[in-house]
Design a protein around this ligand. Sequence first.
Ligand code: COA
Length: 258
Amino acid sequence: MSTVNVEIADRILVATIDRPEKLNALNTEVLDGLEAAFERAKTDASVGAVIVTGAGPKAFIAGADIAELSTMTPVSGRRHALRGQAVFARLESLGKPSIAAINGFALGGGCELALACTMRIAAENARLGQPEVKLGILPGYGGSQRLARIVGEGRAMELCLTGEPITAAEAYRIGLVNRVVPAGEALSAARELAGKILANAPLAVAFTMDAIHNGLDLPLEDGLELEATLFGVCASTADMREGMAAFLEKRPPRFEGK
Ligand code: COA
């Protein structure tokens, strides 16, 4: 049985890391499974959104597999980090929204995978953190970069330098997660959020993600230029004509992603 289960329903691909006896720790097999799932999400036109979650009530992902990490050399360690970064970057650059349904511990690589998602929903029992310094390493799957971009430098420093996990409520307070839901409801809340996004014009959704995500790394002037260009491109889509016609005719739109 695979350690990453993939199910597609209602245009949502749900990738579930299924290694609960090891708190869904990310080993090579899990990374391979995630890579395959993200590739499928990219190439399958019927998939409009992705949800990543963990099997069992306790963990989203309790980090990279420490048994595997313990044998690394400088060369294999660098390769290991680059591999994980590449898999997470594949998710981030899908052009389709992704949501982390954080059902429990999201530590180390688990927190980093959540950071690579477009949005994060945490169950109230979840604990999030970057405990790598307790093991003599630093985050290697993008955590030292994405965390500061999402919660700011000071808070990223505190999380990464103390290695202490925070509660879902604290993660919400600092903007690390979009919302907190009762235990056991992260996946259903993520499906509901994905459904709201999927009701909108697919190209407009993709362009919006492009403008916000890529604009963040640009000077404001260039980001505004990107926004204006994408705004103009929207005018070439059938979805824009449909969306506006539907509003004027007081009926729901039927978007086709064209
Ligand atoms: N890598 C490998 N195995 C892991 C793991 C990880 N990141 N996290 C948990 N496991 C394994 C444990 O070794 C244990 O396996 P065992 O039953 O064969 O001994 C099993 O998962 C259950 O974990 P356990 O520690 O017994 O659960 P707990 O409820 O007492 O503690 C945590 C939960 C999350 C606090 C604890 O497992 C932990 O600190 N994990 C490591 C977190 C971490 O440092 N992640 C970053 C890695 S870079």
